[in-house]
Write a protein that binds this ligand. Structure first.
Ligand code: NAP
Length: 314
């Protein structure tokens, strides 16, 4: 029996994927939305979102994503739990293979996000999400007004997080495993010269303390040159050691950069070299990485998919 061909398949249910689902569903395209391991995406792991437009009192991250999912379902989006394992975009219909079946479709919107890389130290997992360990200063920085915090990492992200946190925190310890930052010269210069930022060189994190109390009370670090350990008395730990974009099943077929992020076709944020295939959100954006920018890209990808379908109707 021949399988039916979908109009649009959306891979991922974070802000980008669900916004694309709302738009394509409202365009009567009955999108099929594939939900992966973390339904709702990264926002479901933060408690309060204070910078999403339209919520003066803030909104719970999980609630926001649940609302977005209901909004998409109301207009006819269909959801299926599935992990894409491989794809064939060489001809129409496009093919997506999941563990269970092969899905045929005219267009695809890939919104698979990126996962923050974590250190794996004891206490990190237990204190993640609302208990003091976080991966997003823009989201959570304001909760640490007049408190000491630590940022782990030495790249541009760690510097950016540390500099952002100086607006709120009394002191920012920047814990880096070497004696030189990987970040660009300009970011490194701003960071190391900031009066509120204290560099903790040659040091690796060892333990996030406070599990018993359910809130971070300190970060134990170890100097890799001397072996000496000490505890930084911080209330917040910001892990900024890079992200891993979830692009693996598509990386052979579409262009990705040296860090694995999708590289959109010239002149567009969301088009790829494969006709009818679009990308949106953090899997294609390592610069802004915000819920609202991901939603914006999801909207762009949906409109492009609608246009592609209109042009290729029949
Ligand atoms: P990154 O450049 O890969 O830096 C990751 C940092 O984390 C490195 O300093 C690395 O140490 C450290 N690290 C990695 N694994 C670790 C571990 N297990 N324990 C302790 N430390 C660890 O990542 P990123 O800062 O997220 O930046 C990603 C890309 O986005 C870069 O190309 C960056 O330039 C770009 N970006 C640009 C901007 C901007 O231009 N404003 C802002 C953010 C990001 P080592 O240095 O020892 O390897």
């Amino acid at each position: 029996m021949a399988s039916s061909v979908e109009n649009v398949v959306i891979v991922g249910t974070g802000c980008a994927g669900l916004t694309a689902a709302v738009y394509t569903a409202r365009a009567n395209l009955a999108p099929l939305v594939l939900e992966g391991a973390l339904p709702g995406g990264q926002l479901t792991t933060t408690s309060e979102v204070e910078n999403f437009p339209g919520f003066p009192e803030g909104v719970d991250g999980f609630q926001l994503m649940d609302n977005l999912r209901k909004q998409a379902a109301k207009f006819g989006a269909r959801f299926e739990q599935a992990r894409v394992e491989s794809v064939d975009f060489s001809a129409q219909p496009l093919k997506l293979r999941t563990g269970e079946r092969e899905i045929l479709t005219k267009t695809v919107i890939i919104a698979t996000g990126a996962s923050p890389r974590m250190t794996g130290i004891p206490g990190e997992k237990e204190l993640y999400g609302g208990k003091g360990v976080t991966t997003c200063a823009t989201c959570d920085g304001a909760f640490y007004r007049n408190m000491a915090v630590a940022v782990i990492g030495g790249g541009d992200s760690a510097c950016e997080e540390a500099l952002f946190l100086t607006r709120f925190a009394s002191k920012v310890h920047l814990v880096h495993r070497r004696d030189a930052l990987r970040a660009s010269k300009i970011m490194a210069g701003r960071t190391t010269s900031h009066p509120k930022i204290q560099m903790v060189w040659d040091s690796v994190p060892v333990e996030a303390q406070g599990v018993g109390a359910g809130a971070v009370s300190g970060l134990k670090v170890k100097n890799v040159k001397t072996g000496a350990e000490r505890v930084l008395p911080v209330k917040g730990i910001f892990v900024a050691i890079g992200h891993v974009p979830n692009t693996q099943p598509f990386a052979q077929t579409l262009d990705v950069d040296e860090n694995g992020y999708f590289k959109p076709a010239a002149g567009s944020q969301v088009k790829t070299k494969a006709p009818g295939v679009y990308v949106a959100g953090d899997c294609a954006d390592h610069v802004y990485r915000q819920a609202v920018t991901a939603a914006g890209m999801g909207c762009q990808a949906a409109i492009e998919a609608e246009r592609w379908l209109a042009e290729h109707a029949g």
